[in-house]
Design a protein around this ligand. Structure first.
Ligand code: SAM
Length: 239
């Protein structure tokens, strides 16, 4: 009887230890089912972490993981699943030119770069805060993507007026009441079949004027993704 109880205890301890190790692996974002970031119920548990195909991709993913673990505080970065979405859309539309408003320390920008390396494209990203801009420059170098990024430092409401090149993807992630202004100024540069992505369509509460503009214009088709967390608006500029 005593032997059976002791054996039961040993089995329980071993099982608990194994469960703890699995939980640690998930937390580190290794391949395999993972926990979502950004709160809420999150995506399906069958999703795995990104699996690098090349050494360059491995380097970029390791910098992203480092930023995720060590630089998030005060940087207002998109959650991991939104970063993956940005990369996936970049490759899907074969984007040659992505324009981002709101660089912060470059986390979402580097997700775009993962896609842009494959499409042979480039990123123009805007940041008003000099400290965040300087961190972003460092991170672009560390990830080895600095050659495909132009970081424009200054007030994007003014700086975007200097853009002339056609845009395949426009990503809005800066001052929330400014989204409508960015949309009005840049939508003429977005190519037909291009996308306008907008972060924080769920929380913090988005500007209703922006929502109205992207959901009532017959030239645009909008869906909302990852609304269990911050939420991303995906708007197609129709052909
Ligand atoms: C939510 S954070 C961007 C996060 C970044 N996209 C990421 O996921 O890694 C918003 C950034 O926009 C910047 N910002 C706010 N107003 C701006 C403006 N008028 N022009 C340029 N950048 C601005 C802020 O300084 C801040 O770093």
């Amino acid at each position: 009887m005593l032997k059976k109880t002791a054996l039961g205890l040993v089995v329980t301890v071993v099982l608990l230890g194994a469960a703890h190790l699995v939980a640690q692996e998930r937390g580190r974002g290794r391949p395999g089912p993972r926990q979502p970031t950004g709160g809420g119920p999150g995506p399906s548990s069958i999703e795995s972490s990104p699996i690098p195909k090349t050494e360059a991709e491995k380097r970029i993913l390791s910098i992203l993981e480092d930023m995720d673990q060590n630089q998030r505080r005060g940087m207002m970065n998109v959650p991991l699943e939104d970063g993956r979405l940005l990369r996936l859309l970049t490759e899907t539309v074969g984007a040659k030119h992505v324009v981002e408003i709101g660089t912060s320390n470059g986390y979402s920008a580097i997700w775009f770069c993962l896609g842009l390396r494959a499409t042979g494209g480039k990123l123009t990203t805007h940041e008003i805060d000099p400290h965040r801009a300087s961190l972003a420059r460092e991170n672009f170098k560390r990830a080895g993507v600095d050659q495909i990024v132009t970081l424009v430092e200054g007030n994007a409401h003014e700086e975007v007026m200097k853009l002339n090149d056609s845009i395949d993807i426009l990503f809005l992630d800066a001052d929330k009441p400014g989204y409508l202004d960015y949309l009005n100024k840049l939508v003429p540069l977005v190519r037909p079949g291009g996308l306008i992505l907008a972060h924080n369509m769920n929380r913090p509460a988005p500007d209703p004027r922006y929502i109205k503009a992207i959901t009532t214009n017959p030239d645009l088709e909008t869906i909302f993704l990852n609304m269990h967390a911050a939420g991303v608006g995906v708007t197609l500029k129709k052909r």
